[in-house]
Write a protein of this length. Structure first.
Length: 137
């Protein structure tokens, strides 16, 4: 992997392009044919490019708009860990803010495993009401 294009940076750019263009093309180029994708919302991991591309399409359909910022990233030859937060609006216009960590396993320059852990409570309407009442530090 060229040091001028570390894995974390490639992933970040693909996420930004996904959110900007609402096209899965850039992010799908990062995945190997038999990649595995798992999140806290899935009952079991997805395997293969077809199901993974459908995941990204479904992901986008939840949002009217979404923008992700990356706080930290750690790259090793085998794994990348990225900490992020996303702000935007759900498809119905409800504001959303959530954060999480994604673990990426690499096969050369392509993702062989993707695991996302995030604050799923942010997608529950009552949680947003609670946040508005809760004092912020």
């Amino acid at each position: 992997m060229p040091s001028s294009h570390p894995p974390a940076r490639a992933f970040m750019k693909a996420v930004w392009e996904l959110e900007r263009s609402r096209s899965t093309e850039s992010i799908m180029k990062l995945f190997v044919q038999d990649a595995r994708l798992d999140t806290v919302a899935l009952p079991s991991p997805l395997v293969g490019l077809g199901p993974i591309e459908q995941f990204w399409k479904d992901y986008l359909s939840h949002f009217k708009q979404i923008a992700t910022s990356f706080n930290h990233a750690i790259d090793t030859p085998a794994i990348t860990i990225v900490e992020w937060h996303s702000d935007g609006a759900l498809a119905d216009g409800t504001p959303i803010h959530y954060r999480g960590i994604t673990l990426l396993g690499w096969d050369g320059t392509q993702i062989k495993s993707f695991k996302a852990y995030y604050d799923s409570a942010a997608f529950v309407p009552e949680y947003e009401k609670h946040l508005k009442r809760a004092p912020r530090a």
